[in-house]
Each structure stands twice: as C-alpha cells, then as structure tokens.
Design a protein around this ligand. Structure first.
Ligand SMILES: [Zn+2]
Length: 421
C-alpha cells in the first residue's frame, strides 16, 4: 500500500519518529486515547501509519485544546482553525510558520521583487503572516496591504502601478476582485510578473482578467490548511490543481480518494497524524517534468451530504445552478427536523433586473431551473418523490453566511425550528 504515499518508504520511514511523537501526544488526550488503545506504541513503517485511524478537524481541535502546544523558541501564534459557530477553534504555529521548509523548494519571489501581500491580516488568519515570512526569506520589498474596501481599489491600484509592483498574493476570490476592478477601470500593472495564491482552488476566470491587466504575470500556488500549514506548491508550468508536496509533508490517498496528511517536521506544533482536510485527490506525475509524486486535488469530498439516506453532491448542484444565465452564486440549504431532511432549498443570488423585494426573480426562470435540477439529480428526484414541493429554487437578496468568518459556504444545514422562528 506504500504507493498510496507521496514518498517512498526509504525517504519517509527515517522521519516517522515525528509521527510516533504525534501519536504519543494524541494518546494523552482523554477523548482520543481509546481509538489508539489497541495500536502498537511505536511507528516505524508506512504500513503501520496507514493502519492508524485518520483525524478530522474536530479531533484535532479537541487534541489542541488539551495539549496547548508551545514553540520551543520565539512566540507561539494562535490562529483560526475552523469552527462554524461560536468562538473560533484554535490552531498553533511558531514564528516563521514553517516557511523555511517551503522556501527551500519553492522560490517564486526574489530580491528584486516588490511583493504586494493582499491576504487579509488580523482576525487570527494565518495566510498573510506566512506570506510575509516567505517574503522575508526572499529578501524582497513588501507592501503589506491586507484587505481593502470596494471604494479603495482604484487608488491602491494606482499606487501599486507607481511602485512598479512585480508580485501580488491573495486568495483567488480576493485576487479576482483586484484584477476585475483594474480591468473594469482600464488600469494596468505592467511590471507585475507573479501572482501567488493560497486558500482556495484556482479560479480559471482569473486568467482572462490577469491577461488584460498584467499580461506578463503567471500564477504560483500553495496548497495547505490551517492545521497542516503549507503542504505543497506549484509553478506556472504545473496544472493549477496539481502540487508538489514538500518532503516534510507526507500525503496519503485513502479510501474514496480522501487525502490525509502526516507531518514529518519535528517543529510542527499541531499533532498532524493522518489528518483529513476533506479534500479528495490522487498521486500523479506532474507534466512540468519535476520528478517525484505530485498531488492532484480533486475537490472536497465533504460536499456530499446525506439527504434521506442518499448522498447529495452539493458542489455539482451549485455548479449546475451557477451555469444558469443571470445567476452569480448559488447555495444549497438543507432543512432538517429530528435528523431527517424535511426540505432542500437552492438559493440564487442573481444579477439581472430586480431591486429590493424582487431579487431579480424576473431575470431567472426559477420554475424551469427547479424542474431541470429535480429531474437531473437522482438523489433529489428519489428523496422527494412523494413531496416534490419540499425541493425549492428561489432568488434571494442574500445567501446565508457565517457572520464571524465572513465565509459563505456552498451548503448550509439548519434545524427546522430555526426556519419556523
Ligand atoms: Zn509541476
């Protein structure tokens, strides 16, 4: 089974003492100890690692709340690590954010660059700070911009052009705002060569705006999570969904193509041992020609939710709705009562006619779209065979978003009581 790992046994096994230490720590967590009780205390082979139970986000949060790790030297930083309601769950990292290991294998920035760090700073988000650590290692100029408001894009773009910015980094959603604003305003960033990204899948629509605004610029991607930190990187010569894992990150492909990650970095504070981010993927060779196993990320498997005992592929449903002319975003809301789905709503954010109260209803034929979605989606047509009226498609003024994180998920599950309230 070792071909399901990103590294061959001879490269990974000498470093499994790090994984064995994580296992030892997890055994001390009362809520997690039972699942490791019948496992051998030591960990020396990839087969032994593959036999351990995987961790999910909640498990790691439980472990960290118990372990409260501290960096050996320097500061211990607390970062947001998920949690959909209430207070943020916490992940930890030492100053430096493990970026020396990234920089050893991936150098998108050099001393001559002027790098615009457009990842949001503050609110315990990590990306801005890890990008700053990378810039530090590159020795370039840094413009620590963070997030700006809609009215500010024009002035800042003028400033960045004056400064002859050569590189910018952000999440693809934020980069889209920057490049779309620049394109709409006819502004150019002629010196820009590099677009660094992390935090979401690459958005192909970005290529068009970048070509208009900064024709010389090419994309440089990082893949990771708040728990694992940066797992892999790619270059303009790699497909946007394919990353080269760092040697200190062991990637494993489990059942259903679910990826899990094990750190081989002795400085890692989070006990990342077969940690599942919810992403599915496969190990492959990269067309860029770099040897070794690359990781192709195929999207999130946790977007499959159970509706009346059937798996509903929420991403597919959202994608189909978003292909409808006039729809800018779609969201699936599943209403449950006593653990059973009583209804499924597809909410549509439309850009068309509208104005308050009408929500662009006239622009999108929601009745026809509903019929199409129902007949094309086996899970829906089967699950709502006897009460098809409980599958609804409607245009709305706003999607349901998480007030604390500002994120709008592709799907939301809510209790029937909330709907009645
Ligand atoms: Zn490649």
């Amino acid at each position: 089974m070792t071909d399901a790992f990103s590294l061959p046994p001879e490269a990974a096994e000498p470093h499994l003492s790090v994984a064995a230490r994580a296992l030892g720590l997890l055994r001390t967590v009362p809520a997690l100890a039972p699942r490791y009780a019948d496992r051998p205390a030591d960990l020396t082979t990839l087969d032994e690692l593959a036999a351990l139970p995987p961790l999910v986000k909640d498990d790691l949060n439980v472990a960290l709340a118990h372990l409260e790790p501290r960096a050996a030297t320097g500061a211990t930083w607390l970062f947001q690590s998920g949690g959909s309601t209430g207070a943020p769950k916490v992940g930890y990292a030492p100053t430096g954010f493990y970026m020396a290991g990234v920089h050893a294998h991936w150098q998108p920035l050099d001393r001559d660059d002027t790098f615009v760090n457009a990842w949001g700073a503050g609110r315990m988000w990590g990306a801005h700070f890890l990008a700053a650590a990378l810039a530090d290692l590159a020795g370039c100029r840094v413009i620590a911009l963070g997030s700006v408001t809609r009215e500010e894009y024009g002035d800042w773009l003028g400033f960045l052009a004056d400064q002859r910015a050569t590189a910018i980094g952000g999440t693809p959603s934020v980069l889209r705002l920057w490049f779309a604003h620049a394109r709409a305003a006819g502004l150019k960033l002629p010196a820009l060569r590099k677009v660094l990204w992390l935090g979401e899948a690459w958005q192909p629509q970005l290529a068009e705006d970048i070509a208009a605004v900064a024709p010389q610029a090419r994309r440089w991607g990082m893949f990771g999570s708040t728990e694992t930190w940066v797992v892999g990187t790619n270059t303009p010569d790699c497909p946007a969904d394919t990353f080269h894992p760092l040697p200190e990150q062991l990637v494993h492909v489990g059942p259903d193509g679910l990826l899990d990650f094990t750190t081989l970095n002795p400085e890692m504070l989070n006990p990342v041992l077969r940690y599942r981010t919810g992403d599915a993927g496969e190990l492959t060779s990269c067309p860029c020609g770099r040897p070794g196993r690359a990781m192709r990320v195929l999207g999130r498997r946790d977007s499959v939710v159970q509706v009346r005992g059937l798996g509903l592929h929420v991403d597919e449903l959202v994608a189909r709705a978003e292909r409808e002319p006039g729809v800018s975003r779609a969201q699936v809301v599943i209403t449950e009562h006593g653990g059973r789905a009583t209804g499924v709503d597809v909410l549509l954010l439309t850009h068309g006619s509208g104005g308050p109260g009408t929500a662009g209803e006239a622009a999108v034929d929601t009745a026809r779209l509903r019929t199409e979605l129902l007949s094309a989606t086996f899970t829906l047509s089967t699950a709502f065979q006897h009460d098809p009226e409980n599958f609804r498609v409607r245009a709305v003024e706003e999607l349901v978003s998480n007030d604390r994180t500002g994120k709008t998920a592709g799907f939301v599950v809510r209790a029937a009581d909330e709907e009645d309230a």
